[in-house]
Write a protein that binds this ligand. Structure first.
Ligand SMILES: [Zn+2]
Length: 945
């Protein structure tokens, strides 16, 4: 711990204690006063929270604090997510003596040996990290309302979740049945994003299997994502060195890779009959079930036995890999199937030749494949003559009938349609099948086992595939605010592909499914509407309402306004005034104004949050905004336990102090960008905050009462402008922009001011107080200290947003003086030898305003002397937008007076003395003939030699 960080930690502890004593973060509803209710995703207490969590919580805290300054009653609560496998798998690993996990927990999280022994118990583990995370949040200075804290295994919470699930079931959104899910073979349990290593969402995809059969009736199920190319198959590929099995698959004898047989065993009956190397099948002839053609099995080492079935069909006209591999073997045989604008008969051959692909191992094939596949999928149309290729082996009239069907639904159709048709036809006719697979494999369960796809028969699902439900979710996505706004596309895409999702497990902590024994609601399903629970739990406890009184009628009344308090009181035994008070809290705080989390939760949690809100709550209670922030890297690297570079939040607070850490997490990247946390930058921010502290001390100690000068007015105006910009940035969740303004730009303005004045004025104290309030959301402890030093009343955290007003004349004066300084510096004769600068000022500011219009003739008509008009119009045109608008808004501006008050500043900056004359003053000497060159806003300048 450095001296600097010790300073900031001690400062923070003092203010955290005072906040706690004053309960300023425990708001009560205040009818008639606007409110702001914000939540961030609660953590799983399965480890210490790190600076990645810290970033999300900081953004929420900044918004909560900012909205408090805007006069809103601001609520930011927090809970802890005990549910499911994230906790359980770690506890199990520790109980089993897993050396890696134990080492990680001791080294990275600093868990003492005494404690780690007890962490085989999942509840103990959760309680430990719950308390540890809570302490870290407090030390970090989050303004959390702890009076509403809960865990997801509290009995009140369980009653609430059971109510939610009964509602979903009654609305027909919970179904039981057969469905593919990600599955851990070791745990025999479905796994979703929060059960996998690195929280990777398993992408479940579907291969179409096409049974190519040899003369003995042995089937080779080729797995393909492009079944529409089946009529163009010239051969199959098998890896000669890989392990295969002959197996019985749903009553059919098949050859698949051993790995595929294992994966298929989770989706149907698979019985291995014997093992074999792939080479045994090379050279065998098999019949294409679509065309009836006989093709040969060739060997290919590029066939990956872990992908699909390990049996691959070859379509050289439309697949660059197949074309290149056959070309290597000296074979060129292609069957054209698809027409694509911009390509000839054989797109694969064309692209391979265009890209100069040398052989089947050429890495450019990846790119070639992408090009052909996406062009064909987007714009391809099946050729009319493909129907003639179908059913060549069938007797009449079967052949003609089949071709008629293909003419109608396949030939001449867009690739997308043809693909859907033939995939369905293959399954229905028994010539093919379906195999599910993890398309982004490998994905590992937290226990380290690679997950597979299992088709579950008796599983409970939330049916996110329901089209009417999807429609309502889309409506909410359209109308709610999103940061960043392009996240909307991501959400809409997720809504499109989401289907049934397993919602209960047979193990782990959590809430039992209310209607079926032996099931626990899993962690991404019991965390979708809990923001509503924060609004009521405090009063439920205050009134001593018992969990068993939290019945369906209770929640229906509180959340949905059904029934009367008297009725519900009779049925539950909860007094009517208690019911009314609980309901009032909910009605005051809901809807949620902002939901914050990392962007990794968009395809799961945040989308479920949207779905469940539209299913359960009436429209006026739907949430209003989602903020999804980017990752946190550390010194350019992804943080991971295996690299030992995870930085726990409490440790980071110790290293830098809470405010410097907050400043760094706010300023190092804009909200949606990935943030690279760097030690050097955190130290630099600590120095900056220290400099702010020193600067404000100086202002407080030396400020004097005096009539405001141009400089004093300029400072107030400059700060007013910066704070206005910061306010807009906070409002648009541009936290980095706000932090740059309040921590750096405002500081520069004060620095400049202090360098220009002998002593600061009392106006500077007012400006500094305003500044303290504006920086409070980001550096709240420092802000409180400054506020107190400057004589502010109460807490900076509770102060209204400052009402400083910018005076355009004061701003214009400073810009004008800076322009003059630049003009002098540009004079070639200006240099170390220069002793004095003589300045002639043209005080006819009204002429400058006339010239602003840009019309020389109009300016002359308005009284600008003709010999000056053109130069003046050109000058005004050359000024920046800011100065032009200042000129427009200022009525009277006396250049001479402005220059006099800035004279010490000009002299100090240029390092010479300055002599000022009014250009129209007849008694002034006309040195170098510069008197008449003076224009309004552009003085005549003379350098005596
Ligand atoms: Zn597992």
């Amino acid at each position: 711990m450095s001296e600097l960080s010790r300073f900031f930690i001690e400062l923070a502890e003092r203010w955290q204690r005072r906040w706690r004593e004053a309960k300023i973060f425990e708001p009560e509803p205040s009818p008639g006063v606007p409110k702001f209710f914000i939540t961030a995703a609660y953590p799983y207490p399965n480890g210490a929270i790190h600076i990645g969590h810290g970033r999300t919580y900081l953004i929420a805290d900044v918004l909560a604090r900012f909205n408090r300054h805007m006069g809103r009653v601001s609520l930011f609560p927090m809970g802890f997510h005990y549910t499911g496998t994230p906790i359980l798998t770690i506890a199990e690993a520790i109980a089993a003596g897993d050396k890696t996990v134990i080492e990680e927990y001791m080294e990275i999280y600093g868990v003492p040996g005494e404690e780690i022994k007890k962490m085989g118990n999942p509840l103990y583990l959760a309680r430990y990290f719950h308390q540890q995370s809570k302490r870290a949040m407090e030390k970090f200075g989050l303004g959390i309302d702890w009076a509403r804290e809960f865990t997801t295994i509290d009995p009140e919470y369980q009653r609430f979740i059971q109510w939610q699930f009964e509602k979903l079931r009654k609305r027909g959104l919970i179904v039981k049945g057969r469905h593919p899910v990600g599955w851990c073979p070791r745990h025999s349990m479905p796994v979703g994003a929060h059960d996998t290593k690195d929280d990777k969402e398993p992408d479940i995809g579907q291969w179409t299997l096409i049974y190519f059969t040899d003369e003995e009736g042995l089937a080779f199920p080729a797995a393909t994502l492009r079944p529409e190319t089946a009529p163009g198959v010239t051969n199959l590929w098998i890896n000669p060195d890989a392990d295969y099995v002959v197996a019985e698959l749903d009553g059919r004898r098949v050859v698949v890779s051993r790995d595929a047989a294992f994966r298929l065993s989770f989706q149907g009956e698979v019985k291995a009959l014997r093992e074999a190397k792939g080479r045994e099948f090379v050279g065998r002839r098999v019949q294409n079930p679509v065309t009836g053609e006989w093709v040969e099995i060739y060997e290919a080492r590029f066939v990956d036995p872990q992908v699909g079935t390990g049996v691959v069909m070859s379509v050289p006209a439309h697949a660059p890999y197949d074309y290149a591999a056959l070309r290597d073997m000296g074979i060129e045989r292609m069957i054209p199937l698809i027409r694509v604008e911009g390509y000839g008969e054989y797109p694969a051959k064309e692209v391979v030749e265009k890209m100069g692909v040398k052989s089947q191992t050429d890495p450019a094939l990846e790119e070639a494949t992408k090009e052909v596949y996406s062009a064909e999928y987007a714009r391809g149309v099946m050729r009319e003559d493909v129907a003639e290729r179908v059913g060549q082996h069938l007797p009449e009239p079967a052949r003609s009938m089949l071709r008629a069907v293909f003419k109608m639904f396949f030939a001449g159709r867009p690739v997308k349609e043809a693909r859907d048709f033939i995939a369905r036809w293959l399954v229905e006719s028994g010539l093919g099948g379906v195999m599910y697979d993890i398309m982004n494999k490998p994905v590992y369960c937290r226990c380290g086992t690679e997950i597979v796809v299992k088709v579950l028969e008796d599983q409970w699902f939330i049916n996110y595939g329901d089209p009417r439900w999807k429609e309502a979710a889309r409506k909410l996505i359209e109308e709610m605010g999103m940061v960043p706004s392009d996240a909307k596309t991501h959400f809409l895409a997720t809504v499109d592909w989401l289907d049934k999702r397993a919602c209960a497990r047979t193990r782990g902590l959590g809430t039992p499914l209310p209607w079926s024994q032996g099931w626990v609601i899993e962690s991404l399903s019991d965390s979708t509407i809990y923001m509503a629970f924060y609004t009521v739990i405090k009063k439920i406890r205050q009134f001593g309402i018992k969990p068993e009184q939290l019945t369906e009628e209770f929640w229906d009344y509180v959340f949905l306004g059904q029934g009367s308090a008297e009725d519900v009181a009779r049925r539950t035994g909860v007094p009517p005034e208690a019911l009314k008070a609980v309901k009032e809290e909910f009605d005051y705080w809901y809807p949620l104004d902002s939901r914050n989390s990392g962007k990794d939760l968009i395809p799961n949690h945040l989308t479920f949050f949207i779905f469940n809100h539209v299913a359960i709550f009436p429209r006026e209670k739907w949430p209003r905004q989602i903020v999804a922030n980017g990752w946190v890297l550390r010194e350019g690297d992804k943080m991971s336990k295996s690299k030992r570079n995870v930085l726990p939040l409490d440790k980071a607070v110790e290293m830098y102090g809470p405010d410097p850490l907050r400043a760094t997490l706010a300023i190092a990247a804009e909200v949606e960008q990935d943030l690279d946390f760097r030690d050097a930058e955190a130290r630099r921010n600590a120095q900056q905050l220290m400099a702010i502290y020193t600067l404000v001390q100086r202002i407080a100690q030396t400020a004097e009462e005096r009539a405001p000068s141009w400089l004093d007015l300029w400072l107030v105006s400059e700060i007013a402008q910066i704070l206005e910009r910061a306010k807009n940035a906070y409002q648009r969740v541009r936290v980095r922009q706000a932090a740059v303004d309040v921590l750096y730009n405002a500081k520069s303005a004060f620095d400049q001011y202090l360098s220009m004045v002998e002593k600061p004025s009392k106006l500077a104290v007012e400006a500094a107080k305003a500044w303290a309030v504006a920086m409070e959301p980001i550096a709240p402890h420092l802000a409180e200290e400054l506020w107190a030093v400057l004589g502010g009343r109460g807490f900076a955290a509770s102060a209204p947003w400052p009402a400083l007003k910018a005076d355009p004349a004061a701003l214009l004066a400073k810009r004008y003086v800076d322009m003059l300084i630049e003009d002098v510096k540009k004079i070639p004769a200006f240099g170390p030898g220069t002793k004095k600068v003589v300045v002639y000022v043209n005080r006819r500011f009204s002429w400058a305003k006339e010239a602003l219009g840009g019309d020389v003739r109009a300016a002359i008509q308005a009284g600008v002397p003709p010999q000056m008009a053109k130069r003046l119009v050109d000058l005004l045109r050359s000024l920046g937008e800011e100065v032009r608008s200042l000129v427009a808004s200022v009525e009277n501006f006396d250049e001479l007076e402005a220059l006099r008050s800035f004279q010490p500043y000009v002299e100090k900056t240029l390092g010479v003395s300055v002599e000022l004359y009014d250009a129209e003053d007849a008694s002034a000497p006309d040195l170098g003939g510069k008197k008449k060159t003076a224009l309004p806003l552009k003085p005549g300048i003379y350098l005596p030699s």
